[in-house]
Design a protein around this ligand. Structure first.
Ligand code: ADP
Ligand code: MG
Length: 697
């Protein structure tokens, strides 16, 4: 008897032969097969996954435009439109000739279907002059005639997948039962599960498909949110060291800062203080624009923990940022405290110790074993290092607080590791900080297991960065303008988008820009380049030289290190600005404006398109990352809002995330259920199974 939990191989010979490949798709059991949903529906019979394209192939592909440009072919004088299109399986280059208007019709981010032939060259595979069909947002998978198309893998065809799913249906489709209670289905107008699956795999009409997908999206969202509430409850059952609120001490800390905290900072600090007073571990995300003063808040929280007699770990994503935190702690955030502080990176191991005679913190190198010993003994009160620190053999005497910079969440696995860093069994309080502005609605879904504090206000007196959208004819003027500032010793970042489809790392664009600037514009200045092909060490080295003022102009792809402080960099030029999302542009802009000098950000569009350029004006008008993120969300949808850097996202499909009503409905349902989970044994079973199979951290 084949059941839902039987391995796929039990379906028969074909399945047996393909089980290895199925497993690559995460399909192990018959249930997995039934829940393996199509990512679109197609009318074409020979749709080819882009990654499977071979030279000389005729067929249809379907994907998202990643890049599109026109260029003049020097030989033939024709306009060549080049496009890079991608799907889950890969990307491919597409060209058209003498159809320059295509760049107006097909925009980056659009979904299109292409039908045509690939060229004969294996080394630069292209699809040449295909017919195309643009797909309106939200209709990526609207079919003409409905054939489900599943994400697949090498050596596994759509037909085989369809066949196997059909088999699974016949053998154990009847075992699929509804697990969401009737009243919840009714309340949210949801189709029953067995019917939804049937429709997804054997679609008849579009409207039904939409309803079925909505049901499956709801299920996805519900499980993720149940699971987040559940881990939140579990985390709360751990024990943490309590940090008593010493009003006088906190007041002294605040007073010893060289500035006054903003209201938003005070509120956030108060959140932290209240959390840490409890014997349940804090798990909080502190969100705020670059420069909004998150570190300052974390520093006071850290001081109160040390004041209570416990230790603190401050973890940064890169060594350079760790070093920066160490130095700024000594310089600005120590708030009068004299606790011993250690720096621990692969290249650097140092200790800062209070010297009674000089009344200063004295920094000296220290051997690693010695550092380990002192951390273990509790004499080192705070250790600053990279995220890798928790993977090391460090054991703390009593770690009270871990601050994690530039990370959205710390996963269950990482949390477990962190707990094991303590000699006792206490879980440290956990504070994550991020400069990625995530609108609250979305944050609640993505990070429902975290508490959230927003710093949505900039310190007073901060000069706003002057932002300008620069039309072509003002380019000269702009170069002259920045030159004057560089002559005064200020520095500039130049950000380049990807321009060459064959060059996903952006090396070419940066090199071209470098050549242009070096030969024609700034031959006398010190220029340097940075792109995705450089190793972390090289990047760090360049950032270090930038910090020391040894580089005048740094030309970079979007890899420019987050969070690195170069106060002397007051100028930024963003080439091809229309190709970036508003949030991303705002993040770039945050690299400047980090001192009391006036900073400037020039957005250079490589198009004259009114619409594109007017979208950029949002950046001139707003300096608020949350506002811009909301705007981006409206314009572009969740899609690629935060790019690839986004780590630890729950496994939610695009479908699920783009339906705001459904998100809200599922969240309400999840909290209703979790307020008394024992009333829903069926759901509890599902939830536990889900938590065991999914590791989205
Ligand atoms: P973030 O970590 O959010 O990027 P930081 O805490 O590093 O921001 O603060 C950025 C800069 O602003 C630092 O130089 C810091 O000393 C300063 N700063 C922080 N809070 C305030 C404030 N309330 N008023 C004035 N300056 C502040
Ligand atoms: Mg920071």
């Amino acid at each position: 008897m084949v059941s839902l939990e039987s391995p796929v191989s039990s379906l028969g010979k074909v399945a047996k032969g393909l089980s290895k490949r199925l497993s690559r798709l995460g399909i192990e059991t018959c249930r997995d097969l039934l829940f393996y949903t199509p990512f679109r529906f197609e009318d074409y019979t020979n749709v080819i996954a882009i990654g499977d394209l071979k030279p000389g192939m005729q067929g249809s592909i379907h994907g998202q435009v990643q890049l599109i440009n026109n260029r003049r072919s020097p030989r033939s004088k024709k306009t060549v439109t080049e496009m890079l299109i991608g799907d889950e399986s890969g990307h491919v280059n597409v060209v058209w000739f003498n159809q320059p208007y295509l760049t107006k019709t097909l925009l980056v981010g659009d979904y299109v279907r292409l039908s045509g032939k690939t060229n004969d060259n294996y080394f630069s595979l292209q699809m040449v002059s295909p017919t195309y069909k643009k797909i309106a947002p939200g209709h990526e998978s609207d079919p003409e005639s409905l054939v489900p198309v599943y994400p697949t893998t090498e050596g596994l065809t759509q037909r085989q997948l369809q066949f196997l799913i059909h088999q699974a249906f016949q053998q154990c489709g009847g075992d699929i039962h509804e697990w969401i209670p009737e009243h919840i289905l009714k309340k949210n107008s949801l189709m029953a599960l067995p019917h939804s699956l049937e429709i997804i795999h054997a679609p008849v009409d579009l409207e039904k498909v939409t309803t079925a997908r909505r049901r499956l999206s709801f299920e996805e969202l519900l499980l993720v949110q149940l699971s987040q509430i559940y881990s939140k409850q579990q985390f709360a059952s751990l024990h943490a060291l309590t940090v008593p609120f010493d009003k006088e001490y906190v007041k002294n800390c605040i007073d010893s800062l060289s500035f006054e905290l903003t209201e938003a900072q005070k509120t956030a600090l108060w959140d932290l203080i209240k959390d840490m007073e409890r014997s349940q571990p804090m798990n909080r995300l502190l969100e705020g624009d670059v420069g909004s003063g998150k570190t300052a808040v974390a520093a006071i929280a850290a001081s109160t923990v040390m004041h209570a007699g416990y230790q603190v770990a401050l973890l940064a994503p890169t060594e350079i940022l760790a070093r920066q935190h160490f130095l700024s702690w000594l310089k600005s955030y120590r708030v009068g405290s004299t606790y011993t502080v250690g720096l621990w990176t692969s290249g650097d191991c140092r200790l800062a110790v209070w010297n009674e005679t000089t009344q200063e913190m004295e920094v000296k190198p220290i051997k690693r074993p010695q550092m380990l010993k002192e951390v273990g003994a509790g004499t080192v009160k705070m250790i600053i290092g990279t995220h890798a620190l928790i993977q090391s053999s460090v054991i703390f005497a009593h770690l009270g607080l871990a601050v994690i910079d530039e990370q959205h969440r710390f996963g269950v696995t990482q949390r477990k590791l962190l707990k094991e860093k303590n000699k006792g069994s206490d879980m440290p309080h956990l504070l994550s900080m991020t400069a990625t502005p995530i609108p609250r609605t979305l944050a609640l879904t993505l990070y429902g297991d975290l508490d959230l504090s927003l710093i949505d206000q900039m310190p007073k007196g901060r000069k706003t960065i002057v932002t300008k959208v620069v039309p072509m004819r003002y380019r000269r003027w702009t170069y002259n303008f920045v030159r004057e500032h560089i002559a005064k010793g200020e520095q500039m970042f130049v950000i380049c988008p990807l321009i060459d489809p064959s060059d996903v790392l952006g090396v070419t664009s940066v090199k071209e820009e470098y050549d242009k600037l070096r030969q024609n514009i700034f031959p006398d200045l010190r220029l340097e380049v940075m792109h995705g092909k450089l190793g972390p060490k090289e990047k760090e080295d360049i950032m270090m030289r930038m910090q020391k003022g040894e580089i005048d102009v740094l030309i970079s792809t979007s890899v420019v290190e987050v969070g690195v402080d170069v106060p002397n960099a007051t100028l930024m030029m963003i080439e091809g600005a229309e190709r970036f999302g508003l949030s991303q542009l705002h993040q770039f802009r945050g690299r400047v404006g980090r001192s009391d000098k006036q900073s400037y950000c020039f957005l250079l569009a490589s198009t004259q398109e009114k619409e594109e350029v007017s979208r950029l004006r949002a950046l001139v008008e707003s300096n608020n990352g949350f506002e811009l993120a909301e705007k981006d969300l409206q314009i572009r949808g969740m899609g690629d809002l935060y790019g690839k850097r986004q780590s630890g996202l729950p496994p939610l499909s695009h479908d699920a995330l783009s339906d705001h009503f459904l998100i809200k409905a599922s969240r309400d349902t999840a909290s209703e259920i979790m307020s008394d989970i024992n009333k829903y044994p069926e759901i509890k079973k599902r939830l536990i199974a889900f938590q065991q199979t999914v590791h989205f951290e």
